[in-house]
Design a protein around this ligand. Structure first.
Ligand code: ZN
Length: 373
């Protein structure tokens, strides 16, 4: 599946594509600024401003390199366990190694989750050693900061709440003992939620006692953790709800289709308004060639409705808008949620049009299934 990459592609390391999310630039600027204007300026007050800036930018770069190593460790262990890696993205909260599937045995999960914090500790100790060995006060200050921040990163990631590394470790251990992946994830998620509430509560206490910035920061981390815990759990439930069913079982077979040569004006009047549908599969001599939606119509000025045809405005056939009849529903779910159309053309073994499937239908099915459970 081709994926749209949001952000700046940097390079491939060990065959894994590295991308910088645009939010990364903001956080990089903030870190470099607070390090040079605050941390290093306080530590070495007798030095010129530009020196602080060089140190701030240098330390921020090394910090992001440290985070990249942390994610790389997760990714390399995952790949060695046979899980394909889509890439690593560095963003505002650090980084994420994107895997094409979840691990299915707890021992691999344990090794994979532990690899990140272990790497951060190793990097921290390496910078600690450099701090002791280096003769220059500038390098000492920079390496000292990197020692500290890598240990903080390791400790933060070891918080035992899913989906943090510590939560994954907790889940893997529970999973080894109980043999039940679903229950273990539920417990690890509950731990994650409890910890996020603790963060928020402590943050409020700090705010009330006058430590405003530290308090807000803790509340913010708490919110972030809570959101992460709930959304990863929901994703797991979705996958569970859809496992074992294929596209053929849910797709709509008798769907109204349109020709690519249809004039937009007629598409709107005879199809969209009359049939109350917002999207149509486009077929030419029985072969699928694209999807056209109300959104495509809205993109062009009304004067062009008579001069343009469906072919001019539709999304042409591509892997993001198609799926096979025998494919898993969970794959259809991921595709409909991310392709910007919310629908897929279902193709049979000979690549002929077999049906239509929508995100709405998948969502309804999941809701019903979860209610049964
Ligand atoms: Zn990690």
């Amino acid at each position: 599946m081709k994926r749209k990459i949001r952000g700046l592609y940097i390079a491939k390391i060990f065959g894994i594509p590295i991308t910088l999310d645009y939010s990364w630039f903001i956080i990089f600027g903030l870190i470099a600024w607070s390090l040079s204007g605050g941390y290093f300026a306080d530590l070495l007050p007798g030095v010129q401003g530009p020196v602080h800036w060089v140190m701030g930018i240098g330390a921020a770069l090394l910090l992001f390199l440290s985070i990249l190593f942390h994610e790389m460790a997760h990714a390399l262990i995952a790949r060695s366990k046979g899980i394909p890696i889509r890439g690593i993205t560095l963003h505002v909260f650090g980084g994420v190694a994107e895997m094409k599937q979840e691990v299915d045995d707890p021992k691999s999960e344990l090794k994979m989750a532990a690899a990140g914090p272990a790497t951060s500790i190793a990097i921290g100790l390496f910078f600690g050693l450099l701090t002791v060995l280096s003769g220059s006060i500038f390098l000492k200050a920079m390496f000292g900061y990197l020692f500290y921040i890598n240990i903080v990163l390791a400790v933060f990631n070891l918080i035992p709440g899913f989906p943090l590394d510590g939560g994954r470790i907790l889940r893997a251990i529970l999973w080894i003992y109980t043999g039940d992946m679903y229950q273990s994830t539920r417990w690890a998620t509950l731990a994650g939620r409890a910890i996020s509430y603790l963060f928020m509560a402590y943050g409020f206490v700090l705010m009330l006692s006058g430590v405003l910035f530290g308090g807000i920061w803790l509340v913010f981390i708490g919110f972030f953790l809570l959101h992460a815990a709930e959304s990863s759990f929901r994703l797991l439930m979705l996958k569970r709800g859809l496992t074992g069913m294929n596209v053929e079982q849910l797709m709509i077979r008798n769907v109204n289709t349109v020709s690519p040569d249809l004039i937009v004006q007629n598409l709107v009047e005879d199809h969209m308004l009359r049939q109350r549908h917002h999207s149509f599969p486009v077929l030419e001599n029985g072969n699928p060639v694209g999807i056209v939606t109300l959104h495509d119509v809205k993109r062009i000025p009304k004067q062009e409705w008579l001069s343009k045809s469906v072919r001019d405005i539709m999304t042409p056939l591509n892997p993001d808008i198609t799926i096979c009849t025998k494919c898993e529903l969970s794959e259809a779910f991921v595709k409909t949620a991310s392709n910007g159309i919310g629908r897929l053309l279902v193709l049979d073994e000979t690549n002929r049009f077999a049906g239509y499937i929508s995100f709405r239908d998948l969502e309804t099915l999941v809701t019903l299934k979860l209610r049964e459970a």
